[in-house]
Design a protein around this ligand. Sequence first.
Ligand code: FAD
Ligand code: MLT
Ligand code: ZN
Length: 483
Amino acid sequence: FGSSASEIQRIPSFVTLNSDDISHFKGILGEKNVVLDEDKLDFANTDWMRKYRGSSRLLLLPRSTQEVSEVLKYCNSRRLAVVPQGGNTGLVGGSVPVFDEVIINMGSMNSIVAFDKVSGILVCEAGCILENLISFLDNQGFIMPLDLGAKGSCQIGGNVSTNAGGLRLVRYGSLHANVLGLEVVLANGDVLDLLGTLRKDNTGYDLKHLFIGSEGSLGIVTKVSILTPPKLSSVNIAFLACKDYLNCQKLLSEAKRKLGEILSAFEFLDREAMDLVLSQLDNVRNPLPSSKHNFYVLIETTGSDESYDKEKLEAFLLSSMESGLISDGVLAQDINQASSFWHLREGVPEALMRAGAVYKYDLSIPVEKMYGLVDDMRVRLGQSAKVVGYGHLGDGNLHLNISAPKYDDKILEIIEPFVYEWTSRHRGSISAEHGLGLMKANKIFYSKPHKAVETMASIKKLLDPNGILNPYKVLPHSLSSCT
Ligand code: FAD
Ligand code: MLT
Ligand code: ZN
């Protein structure tokens, strides 16, 4: 299930890999960076959810921009299709081949190029793992403007290519706001140096934005320049319970108003998400065990003045308790408790994976309407599956997940197209932060007008005329299969 390869035709203009191709790649990359080993290929062919699986026979590990350039130039001239791959943690089937596309994994390009301590601007290679960048910056007194549960495996190039949102977007904004420059290799091997390190630069079209969120369909990102905020000394985390969704929503408005500039995360999980985490993960416990609550909210504040921040947060919690917005709550007393609160929220995707089959939907919906979809989906599915809601409430981003013992077309028919129609009717987005990948390439019209999609297809044609970069993904197949 999931790969949809059975529903799509392999694009006939793509050639099949032969032994001369492999020799050529060995000439560019050296023997050991041209991987034919079956176990390694199996891993690279399979996505994080083990739902999408390709059948590539070749994994390439370039170590420099020059090597990426030579590889793409050759693939383009031969019409060999490729999949750019980072940490392979993507959740929409974008990071693995659909058929036999050559996998270009960026993990060997993992050096930090420069860090300017005055401006906080970091320049690094695309294959740097997010958690390694977080640790590097921590030593310098800075943080990354994004954080997410997959930080131990995902790469900054993958984050940029998916325009990953994550847990801090409410404070620092999206990667469109924080990425200052990129180096990108185009399909024909040309290197586009957009690696600026300036806050302001209005010299014409800002091309880097085209590549942020383009999911490997327009070029391979080889270097990233990113603005990093200073690490502030006072971080507080509260884990709260609300009796209904309306209270969560009101709590968000109050938090924005009363915590203002120190608010750095506002996440939520519903009772079903919490039950799954508690039943599926080891070493977790409910910090609010006295009774069952319908909703849990994690609020983080980050500021520079310990006593001022604490006073502000405590006053906010007290008034929210008195007004009945919060029914219970606890403030982390130390760093271990703080990370145990985060673990409950960040552990939801893993808990869902352990519970069985999962249908994942990543939606932007106006906050006041958002949970209505979860309620409606529960009514539709009845006892046939568990409906779980969690996500980045502060950004209006719902993760609607449906958990079932196994994948079943009958369940899928109840979910889709209802979920997309519902979202479109409420002027939401069918992809808030995960991208379209293979899963939603054909669903794009639910959230984008035809003219906009046609313009996207023209840009794709301009930058990748042979369509070799991540085919079958992002753009609807009707517009992308005629190369
Ligand atoms: P991959 O999965 O390898 O690739 C993702 C896409 O980017 C593919 O289309 C691929 O072709 C392309 N790509 C990768 N690297 C490059 C490159 N250098 N140049 C061009 N294209 C490239 N996402 C969020 O937005 N917020 C979250 O909070 C979040 N949490 C997650 C938690 C878990 C446990 C997991 C498993 C995933 C989560 N994700 C989240 C989804 C995912 O999008 C991110 O993990 C991440 O941004 C993907 O990075 P990656 O290096 O793994 O990329
Ligand atoms: C999250 O916020 O936990 C991630 O986006 C992953 C998911 O949606 O499951
Ligand atoms: Zn998320």
